[in-house]
Design a protein around this ligand. Structure first.
Ligand SMILES: [Zn+2]
Length: 358
């Protein structure tokens, strides 16, 4: 089946179409954390260059940074900054000729009010334009009891679904203390202290799928949780078991769960490819693109060290304005981020797969 959408920010049914195209096509979209116009534009530039669709996501602290660190009301800054960043994407995404999903990253229990405030902005955006400001938000209550986690997700989704928004949730592990976790060499893939259990995925599906669209980040050994890196093996086959359980119990189509890969930085490429075959449509990327950005700035400073000390060289009167112009080193940073994202699009099989109408 071939799909086609108008380029720009996609929400509601269009977002579901994008997701379906990815799952059917066996590829995933990188979800890249951005903190300002440089990183947002670099993500869209990389997507355009690779003729691929992409997800731009903001953490609460990125929203605050976007608004400006000096603002005294940090909560308000997190909200307004996220809205401002989203508006930037709305204004520009279409110009890049690809589909862009707008999302917010991990929000734990204290950040529920941040998500709710953003949903309120999407509600007024929906009233004015017929679509929400953001495509989706994430609620990460994986550190809480599963019943609380899922009932809060249900409450939020009941408010978001009517305006065409999707919710990403996270199911944790039943353990939590590093000490009690141990190594999976002794314990195995059915250890609920290390891996999300398929029964929990089924519980989420039964509660949330009648309400609206949700996606699911499950722990299958990805390192961004409660355990020590290196202690746990990546076991994407856990995702397969979860898909099969939901499919069999609820008589759905194959791979009903829309899965998200968190903490993918530095993962074995073969494990990434394997995860894609089990219905992963989104992989978060932050650490590696941050480093790409920083490394380019560092290299630039090392190349022109005196331009970062003197406006005019005291020894030979060389003017350094051309070198210390922030656009020079920020552009190097953008280009370096684009290069790192080339690799991400390649790993996720999404090069050339944009469904935006040309
Ligand atoms: Zn996560």
């Amino acid at each position: 089946m071939s799909y086609s959408l108008k380029p720009g920010v996609v929400t509601g049914e269009d977002y579901l179409t994008l997701l379906k195209a990815a799952k059917e096509g066996g590829y995933a979209l990188p979800a890249v954390n951005a903190v300002g116009t440089n990183s947002i534009n670099a993500v869209m530039e990389a997507a355009a260059k690779n003729n691929a669709d992409v997800i731009v996501q903001f953490s609460n602290s990125a929203g605050q940074f976007y608004a400006g660190k000096s603002l005294s009301d940090a909560f308000e800054a997190k909200v307004i900054g996220s809205v401002s960043a989203a508006q930037h994407v709305h204004l520009l995404a279409e110009k890049y000729g690809v589909c862009v999903v707008l999302h917010t990253d991990h929000a734990n229990k204290p950040l529920i009010p941040w998500v709710e405030a953003l949903v309120a902005h999407s509600e007024s955006h929906y009233e004015n334009t017929g679509s929400p400001l953001f495509s989706s938000h994430m609620l990460d209550l994986s550190a809480e009891e599963i019943d609380f986690n899922l009932s809060e997700c249900k409450r939020l989704l009941e408010r978001m679904a009517p305006i065409g928004m999707s919710l990403e949730i996270e199911l944790g592990v039943t353990g939590g203390e590093e000490d009690g976790v141990g190594s999976d060499d002794d314990i195995g893939a059915d250890n609920p202290l290390l891996y999300t259990q398929p029964e929990d995925c089924l519980q989420a599906w039964e509660l949330l799928s009648p309400i609206g669209h949700f996606s699911l980040a499950a722990s299958f050994g990805n390192v961004h949780g409660v355990y020590k890196p290196g202690n746990v093996k990546l076991r994407p086959e856990i995702l397969k078991s979860s898909q099969e359980l939901v499919e069999n119990k609820c008589a759905t189509d194959p791979k009903p769960l829309d899965l998200v890969f968190h903490g993918g930085s530095g993962s074995d490429k073969s494990k990434i490819s394997e995860a894609l075959t089990y219905g992963v449509f989104k992989m978060n990327i932050d650490t590696d693109t941050q480093f790409a950005f920083a490394k380019a700035v560092g290299d630039y400073v090392n190349e022109f060290p005196r331009a970062f000390k003197y406006q005019i060289d005291p020894d030979d009167d060389t003017p350094y304005k051309k070198q210390y112009d922030p656009r020079k080193f920020l552009r190097s940073a953008e280009e370096s981020m684009v290069t790192r994202l080339d690799e991400a699009f390649h790993d996720l099989g999404s090069v050339g797969k944009s469904i935006a109408k040309k």
